[in-house]
Design a protein around this ligand. Structure first.
Ligand SMILES: *Cc1c(COP(=O)(O)O)cnc(C)c1O
Length: 367
């Protein structure tokens, strides 16, 4: 069924391509680029993003198997890495030609069981090493059993080894990031000694690309950067905004002194005011933390504060001093600064604000 919501997330594919080229310009000629389009492409539309840049990237990556399957079903042929496959998805990984990131003895031996039984030859896999994030990954000391499991097993091929930085955006954690880089290089060197060949190496996410050019290696993993965020103002200023969220005024109310607005009577008018009701709520990603003036929208170029508590499907905003009528366009965000302010006012980061934009909001593409 066609999505007929009036609240719309516009995705600017020209800006996506601009941002991709910006990051490419930071890389050496031979460094490959992987674009991370997990979580519906950071809340946008993974399939549209993938289609628009598939000819200009070496890899895509998603977090989970079903996200990779959705891309394959949409006809995406680019290699797709799955960062976090689960034991029960491994058959599907093979069925849809996805490339698993193997991070533990359990998942490695399970995957080998499938590839050996199905008589695969050199099925591409990626080994994830933990160098300090302490989330997923083999330890340096696991290299011995990895070698014993893999050295005579021709059903898979280690296409890459990688790790992930814990604080690549944080200048105060440079020493820690450098210790991760050092450990990763040590692991890679040992791998080469154990296996007698060098797989691709990759470590950097968006902020890593910007802050650690010495660690770009064979490939980098670009995520939030493609949507226009460099994780600091100066870097963000070089990028174009991709996502704009708009809606329309459903209804306008005049509220008399003493009347309340919304659930829990979250706001009591101290004078006569005018409010507009907008069809977007906390189920759509407008955090309840943005209630009572913490969040805002823009109506006819004027800033209009959220008034009362954010409801599940709606917000009410103060339009006492704004010339507007029912049906007028409402801008929720259309710049990186705008998105970052809303994220900050809801005690979070752009990553969470974007990925929280619900699937019921209509997506439109500009290219
Ligand atoms: C999400 C993710 C990325 C992308 O990170 P950004 O900060 O969005 O660039 C890269 N690598 C891994 C392993 C990830 O999980």
């Amino acid at each position: 069924m066609k999505n007929n919501h009036v609240t719309t997330l516009e995705i600017d594919l020209t800006a996506v391509k601009f941002n991709l080229n910006h990051f490419k310009s930071l890389l050496k000629k031979d460094t490959k680029i992987l674009v991370v389009i997990k979580a519906f492409g950071y809340g946008s539309d993974a399939i549209e993003i993938a289609k628009s840049i598939q000819d200009n990237v070496s890899y895509f990556a998603v977090a989970y198997t079903d996200e990779g399957i959705a891309l394959r079903k949409a006809g995406i042929k680019t290699p797709i890495m799955v960062f976090h496959p689960q034991e029960k998805n491994l058959e599907l990984i093979i069925e849809y030609c996805l490339e698993p990131c193997l991070y533990s003895k359990r998942i490695l031996s399970q995957f080998l069981l499938f590839t050996s039984t199905l008589e695969h030859s050199e099925y591409p896999v990626h080994l994830k090493f933990n160098t300090g994030l302490n989330r997923l990954g083999f330890k340096e000391s696991d290299l011995d059993f990895i070698t014993s499991y893999l050295s005579d097993n021709k059903s898979v091929k280690v296409t890459s080894i990688f790790s992930h930085l814990a604080a690549s955006e944080d200048k105060n954690e440079k020493e820690f990031s450098k210790s991760q880089i050092h450990l990763f290089e040590k692991i890679a060197a040992k791998f080469v000694v154990h296996f007698g060949f060098k797989p691709m190496m990759h470590l950097c996410n968006t902020s890593g690309i910007i802050n650690y050019p010495e660690a770009h290696y064979d490939m980098v993993r670009l995520g939030i950067g493609i949507y226009g965020f460099g994780n600091e103002d100066y870097e963000t200023s070089k990028l174009k905004n991709v996502l704009s969220l708009t809606s329309v005024i459903s209804q306008i109310h005049t509220i008399e002194k003493g009347e309340s607005i919304g659930y829990n009577r979250g706001f009591i008018a101290t004078k006569t005011i005018r409010t507009a009701t907008i069809p977007i709520g906390h189920a759509d990603g407008i955090s309840r933390r943005l209630s009572n003036g913490k969040g805002y929208v823009t109506i006819n170029t004027e800033k209009s504060l959220i008034i009362g508590n954010v409801c599940m499907d709606m917000i009410m905003v103060d339009v006492t001093d704004i010339e507007c009528e029912e049906g007028d366009k409402v801008l929720i965000f259309n710049s990186q600064k705008n998105i970052e302010t809303l994220a900050k006012n809801s005690d979070t980061i752009s990553y969470e604000l974007l990925t929280a934009i619900s699937q019921r909001i209509k997506r439109t593409i500009i290219s």
